[in-house]
Design a protein around this ligand. Structure first.
Ligand SMILES: C[S@@+](CC[C@H](N)C(=O)[O-])C[C@H]1O[C@@H](n2cnc3c(N)ncnc32)[C@H](O)[C@@H]1O
Length: 411
């Protein structure tokens, strides 16, 4: 990433100032203070006096963590490492083949990861790449949003026409289309979860870990705004944001409730469907959030695996007989994906595994991507075969990684 042209010359000291800001973020970020949160604070507090290029500072911080595995012997302190990381990042963007597969696999993440994930060259390359921005338009409005925004294209046909890949350079949050709810920023694999739920208009669903409502809004769209969604989370501040987003998107068929994940459910309502979009280690988002590679530990994975199972176990009684329980996590560790799903199937035999038609199968896979069904067997992206569960790897569609499993309650 080059230093921004606009800043060169007019303020010769500005490059040093921006590097100092990036250095400050890196010096403050820690296991308990993620770099992206520190970045937001630092950028909000900087501003006056500096002709701030926030994008450049973020790019420098993210490049540092993306290439940290290559920086051990780099001199010049943190600033020296940032400069080196920016060089590596630029080289990778321009000539990815100049990095050997072996080096990438060995340095992209800490060693423990290889006990949990098959770190292939394709995955390592996906983690080193820059993330793609995905949007979801209002139902049926994909082409209209493409025309209005420019710089984006639909991912596929049918309902996938409303899934948009954005490669333009607008500040989308300032567009009139964003403020009038014509589109949401939502990753492709997160949209795949909504499709896998496959709710019907008139259904009653529970989005048990609703957070800021990304999936609640999509479920509502898929239900044509008909029926009801209970959206719960243990974090009240997240539900407040959900309400703001829902108002913008004209989504009204929902209720919010606090749920701490315990056995006491937020309502006596019995649901046609429940989505447990559980907290996770987030390895599927490590291209977006490279700092997490160096702060996440195997202990976190073990604790999260336990929490995920508890959430599933406690939510499950809320389902009607015949109803659909969906489990999703944006991670790709074995412990939090297949192992949680297998344990649930073992301990709750009245819940039968529901094979899932791959929700993205008729869309465009990323160049060089190869879809691998969760059972390990290769599957053609153009064949909407049904799998016992779905593992979307970051390299397949240039999206976040995601695991999805579903069950039907027999009695
Ligand atoms: C992966 S995020 C959900 C993202 C959200 N579904 C979306 O699409 O925007 C997981 C959520 O689980 C919530 N959570 C974490 N621990 C929980 C618990 N013990 N009980 C209930 N919710 C919990 C977090 O607050 C977080 O919002």
């Amino acid at each position: 990433m080059k230093f921004p042209e606009t800043n060169r010359g007019s303020r010769p000291e500005t490059e040093a100032e921006l590097l100092a800001l990036a250095e400050g973020v890196i010096g403050t970020a820690s296991e308990t203070r993620p770099a992206d949160a520190v970045l937001r604070e630092v950028l909000a507090g900087a501003g006056s006096g500096v002709r701030l290029d926030a994008g450049w500072v973020s790019g420098a911080v993210f490049a540092y963590y993306r290439w940290l595995g290559w920086l051990e012997d780099t001199g010049g302190g943190v600033v020296g490492r940032i400069r080196r990381a920016l060089e590596l990042d630029e080289r990778f963007q321009q000539n990815p083949a100049s990095f050997s597969d072996g080096h990438l696999v060995a340095r992209v993440a800490p060693r423990w990861v290889r006990d949990e994930v098959e770190v292939t060259p394709a995955l390592a390359r996906a983690w080193q790449g820059h993330p793609v921005l995905w949007l979801r338009s209002r139902a049926g409005q994909g082409r209209a949003v493409v025309r209005a925004l420019g710089g984006c294209e639909p991912f596929g046909h049918g309902k996938l026409v409303d899934v948009l890949r954005y490669s333009g350079s607008k500040d989308l949050f300032r567009t009139q289309e964003f403020h009038s709810g014509e589109f949401e920023v939502q990753d492709l694999s997160s949209q795949a979860v909504g499709f896998a739920c496959n709710p019907l208009p008139g259904d009653t669903w529970w989005d048990a870990c609703a957070g800021e409502g990304g999936k609640t809004l999509h479920l509502s769209t898929l239900m044509n705004n008909k029926g009801l969604i209970w959206s719960s989370d243990r974090a009240e501040w997240r539900l407040k944001r959900l309400k703001r987003r829902a108002a913008r998107a004209d989504v009204f068929n929902y209720r919010v409730a606090i749920w701490d994940g315990g056995a006491k459910l937020p309502t006596r309502t019995r649901f046609d469907g429940i989505l447990v979009d559980a907290p996770c280690s987030g390895l599927g988002t490590w291209h977006r959030n490279p700092h997490a590679r160096w702060t996440t530990t195997m202990k976190d994975v073990e604790e999260l695996r336990e929490l995920q199972f508890q959430l599933l176990r406690n939510a499950a009684p809320g389902l009607k007989p015949g109803g659909r329980l969906v489990y999703s996590v944006c991670t790709i560790t074995r412990s939090e994906t297949l192992e949680v799903a297998e344990r649930f199937s073992r301990e709750f035999p009245e819940f039968q595994v529901c094979p899932i038609k791959h929700p993205l199968a008729t869309g465009a896979p990323a160049t060089g991507g190869k879809r691998v069904a969760a059972g390990g067997e290769a599957a053609s992206p153009s064949t909407p075969a049904e799998d016992r569960s779905i593992m979307i790897l970051p390299q397949e569609y240039q999206s976040n990684g995601m695991f999805i499993a579903a069950w039907k309650r027999a009695t």
